[in-house]
Design a protein around this ligand. Sequence first.
Ligand SMILES: Cc1cc2nc3c(=O)[nH]c(=O)nc-3n(C[C@H](O)[C@H](O)[C@H](O)COP(=O)(O)OP(=O)(O)OC[C@H]3O[C@@H](n4cnc5c(N)ncnc54)[C@H](O)[C@@H]3O)c2cc1C
Length: 422
Amino acid sequence: MKVSIAIIGGGPAGLAAAIKAKESGVDDVLIIERDAVLGGILNQCIHNGFGLHTFKEELTGPEYAARFIEKAKELNIPALLKTIVIDISPDKVITAMSKEKGIFTIEADAIVLAMGCRERPRGALNTPGYRPAGIYSAGTAQRYVNIEGKMPGKEVVILGSGDIGLIMARRMTLEGAHVHAVAELMPYSGGLKRNIVQCLDDFNIPLKLSTTVVDIGGKDRVESVTLAKVDSKNKPIPGTEEVIKCDTLLLSCGLLPENELSSQMGIELSPVTGGAKVDESLETSIDGVFAAGNVLHVHDLVDYVSQEAGEAGRHAAEYVRGKASRDGEAPVEIQTGNGVRYTVPVTLRKSRLEDLLTIRFRVGNVYKNPEVCVYLGDKCTQRRKKQICAPGEMEQVILKKADIEAMPDDAKIVIAIENQEA
Ligand SMILES: Cc1cc2nc3c(=O)[nH]c(=O)nc-3n(C[C@H](O)[C@H](O)[C@H](O)COP(=O)(O)OP(=O)(O)OC[C@H]3O[C@@H](n4cnc5c(N)ncnc54)[C@H](O)[C@@H]3O)c2cc1C
């Protein structure tokens, strides 16, 4: 089998990439999805809050996904469902497996990686003692409640205040459970402000910052969880322990981009995001292989996933149609300055720029009243005041091609946080 563009993953990123690739004039686009349905993680996110930017409406996850699935159907984009990709070679031969077809290969001219991310596993929680039943990742609990119709427990403690943990605090409460607390190791939440307000404050669920789980009681089933405050080095402070009687511990300790396939094929990954290092076209270190969505970096809002993946699909289409190669032109580096953890992309080539380039990034701490600054060489070309920048919210700056072209050849681009309140 041979296709022009293969999209690995049929979540919101894969769907948006496929739609844009087809709309950009490439007929032969194929989505490969391991699940029985398209839509990815959105299928289990039955709360609203999706699509405010894209559709100016508050949709549920399945409603948001349905709009893209319908569009893909209208455009006659085929999808191989219940088919898992198990290998991709550097020359873009995809090895996939399904019950009906067994193991088979697909050759592609271009590939968009859109495999999403998975939750950090329980091993992240370094506690002694037994491993009783009643400990779930927040996403697994979400699947049980929203898709399988089963309650994981009644008396709940949640460790980790990423968005999934916050959303599950509300979900479990609405289903009749008592959520005692959400404990967060860091001195700030890893989730969106709106989720802290709507999922915790509105239900009087306490958020305990600088707090971790130091012990889990119970042999067959969780009977209690001991929380303790941590110091500035995240070490538990003796004497601050608090025992909470409960039957369930949900873990929301972060998401990891699904990049086993990418690293096996030799794609260069960022040690900070765990996703591929990409350039202005969202092209990875292997020519013709693009990445978008949560497999590239963990997003807060699905609207940005769709936008970014649409770009990746469009660039994949340009690649197939013979876009100028990046060989022979030294890339300009985009560097992280004060307070910035990572940027996407990490490089650009001036000859391949469009009029505007969006750079997405996250900060490493909470900054009050900071300025988001962009340096092109020695020159500060943007200085934008913000009320707050926090690790849970993705930030972006938009650069103009004309400004980048005016930079000296060996100059770098730096994004930095400055003049924040002490
Ligand atoms: C619990 C939760 C709550 C959220 N709440 C909100 C919200 O309120 N508002 C909002 O805007 N955003 C929210 N988000 C974020 C949003 O849902 C995600 O950013 C978005 O789903 C990411 O899209 P994706 O396509 O990159 O990944 P996914 O949706 O994870 O899709 C990846 C797809 O790739 C498939 N796949 C992976 N590996 C393979 C393989 N080897 N072979 C074949 N297929 C493969 C997977 O089966 C999956 O279908 C939430 C996310 C979560 C997890």
